[in-house]
Design a binder for this molecule. Structure first.
Ligand code: ATP
Ligand code: ZN
Length: 526
């Protein structure tokens, strides 16, 4: 459009849904309330002469058993009902086999966008790189981008045929393509790359700030992001976060090199709202806010109360989602064992020391494979504790199991000589502490020399160690395929699913004493 008219449009956005189609036990967030809010915002915007574009920064998958069990169908059905216009492809969209992702694309009434994911064999993109929207007379291109870390942290079984190319280079290329072939007014990116303060991405792949700084000024108008799961609210005019931000506070988005960068924390806790005006050739951000979706705070009496007025749940969407929730509940509520004591899976603990839960999971996998001597388990695959309060007589449900093991890995069976195992464990047992790669062991008695990157093994299962003898061990398919940078193994995929075997382990034992799985100094770190 080349008129002098002022054209208004509003970008609404969420990111990192992670299975949160349903509200939590306090009645916070949830897609039915989100629907009501977005309907309301659409009306407001229209009454003000504007129109809405609704985007998601990706990672719809993984995190809530009711959703995981149904391959996130409720989430994609809910998003379609709310009428999302597009989403970025997140790394967790690769937690399932490709057929599941294809099913999800069919459930979604909107495109999944990513410009930097290529099939290795054909060199073609797996997704549409961008989509053009006409929003209230403004022609807007929306480019999708996915963190380059997906190739590194994603399940190798599902990503090894893909290439996650440099996001900055890919963005520049696609922008040039759009400029050459389409006459658009505005270019936006919906990304799943993470927002890192002042571009300090540490050990992560470069995020939105690096992307914005890499492009020539004016090339990209705004980035609607995800992945780092933070509310991107800055101290005005600085590169620093407003660390005091609370729900309901004013939120100033980041701006780098002329590009706005926005992110709405996670789980649909907020809907981000960016009101733009387009006039002549100029785009102006008129206002921005993060609108809480039924979030609560504690009042003086210590009761949790809604911040602002409660948003009613949209009845039509609620009844659709309720059916999914009930289906999940039924399957997940089954009590499978009694537990005395806490099984430790808090990430701050399980990623830095041997814990009873890490050992128990490794033991469950070892028991599932005939003649296996020991088990290796990545701590990053232990997603939570069971019975956090440590009460005795705790009822363990299938839900607990799926919360701890949501990824649906299969159990790998590996046979190796003692010497080869010593070399393998020298690598695996000395992975970076506090990372998901840090390994939990069952049935391994050894001393680990982290500085030297070696281990001295005493016994494996109930056998003494000998470099010439052959042993069998179990390991999640994720790591056997090279996940967490473990050496890629020649292994037999047993096809047994980790959560199923953990469930079976509980059902077989019936009573679990957490203390029985406490480490007794079998693994010593020198
Ligand atoms: P985000 O939601 O931000 O993408 P993330 O799950 O990728 O988060 P972390 O919570 O730090 O990031 O977890 C990363 C660790 O999770 C990895 O190091 C790995 O140990 C583990 N992990 C990730 N995907 C899988 C998988 N499919 N199977 C087993 N473990 C996994
Ligand atoms: Zn992510």
């Amino acid at each position: 459009s080349d008129s002098d008219e002022t054209l208004k449009f509003t970008v609404l956005h969420t990111n990192d849904n992670h299975g949160r189609f349903w509200h939590n036990s306090d009645g916070e967030y949830g897609m039915a309330a989100r629907q009501t809010l977005i309907n309301r915002l659409r009306e407001q915007v229209a009454a003000n002469g504007g129109e809405v574009l609704l985007l998601s920064g990706g990672d719809i998958n993984t995190g809530v058993p009711e959703s995981d069990l149904l391959d996130a169908e409720p989430d994609f059905v809910g998003m379609s009902h709310i009428r999302y216009d597009a989403m970025a492809v997140g790394n967790h969209e690769f937690d399932n086999p490709r057929e599941v992702l294809e099913k999800q694309q069919a459930w979604a009434s909107f495109p999944m966008l990513s410009a930097n994911i290529y099939k290795k064999d054909t060199g073609e993109r797996l997704f549409k790189p961008y989509e053009i929207f006409n929003v209230n007379g403004v022609k807007i291109a929306v480019i999708g981008l996915t963190t380059e870390d997906t190739g590194r942290i994603g399940n190798p079984e599902y990503v090894s045929d893909l290439e996650f190319r440099n996001t900055a280079e890919e963005a520049a290329k696609v922008i040039a393509e759009i400029e050459a072939n389409e006459s658009v007014d505005v270019i936006l990116a919906t990304t799943h790359m993470g927002h890192y303060e002042d571009g300090n991405n540490g050990s992560n792949a470069p995020g939105d700030v690096t992307l914005a700084r890499s492009l020539a000024p004016g090339k990209l108008d705004a980035i609607i992001g995800g992945h780092s799961q933070n509310p991107v609210c800055m101290e005005p005019g600085t590169n620093n976060y407003n660390t005091d931000f609370k729900p309901g506070d004013e939120c100033v988005p980041d701006q780098q090199n002329g590009t706005y960068i926005m992110q709405a924390h996670e789980w649909g806790k907020y809907v981000g709202r960016a009101d733009f005006e387009f006039r002549g050739d100029e785009l102006k951000l008129v206002s921005y806010e993060l609108i809480p979706v039924n979030l609560k705070e504690e009042n003086e009496d210590g009761d949790k109360v809604f911040i602002g007025e409660e948003i009613e749940k949209d009845p039509a969407l609620y009844s659709i989602l309720e059916e999914f929730q009930n289906k999940g509940d039924e399957a997940l509520g089954n009590i499978i064992a009694t537990l005395n004591g806490k099984l430790e899976g808090d990430r701050s603990v399980v990623r830095s020391q041997q814990t009873n839960l890490g050992r128990l999971i490794a033991a469950a996998q070892t028991e599932a494979v005939p003649n296996a001597d020991f088990g290796v388990m990545n701590s990053g695959g232990v997603r939570d504790s069971i019975n956090a309060e440590g009460i005795s007589g705790y009822d363990v449900s299938y839900r607990d199991v799926l919360i701890v093991q949501p990824f649906g890995n299969t159990i790998g069976r590996v046979e190796m000589s003692g010497a080869a195992i010593a070399e393998y464990l020298g690598d695996v047992a000395t992975k970076q502490i506090e990372s998901g790669a840090y390994a939990q062991f069952s049935g391994v008695n050894m001393a680990v020399d982290c500085a030297a990157g070696t281990v001295a093994i005493n016994s494996l299962g109930d056998k003494d160690y000998s470099p010439e003898d052959s042993y069998i061990f179990t390991i999640p398919s994720f790591n056997a395929n090279g996940g967490d940078n473990y050496p890629i193994l020649d292994f037999i995929d047993t096809g047994k699913v980790d959560a199923d075997e953990l469930k079976r382990f509980f059902e077989t034992k019936q009573v679990i004493n957490a203390a029985d799985y406490e480490p007794q100094g079998e693994v010593v770190y020198l």
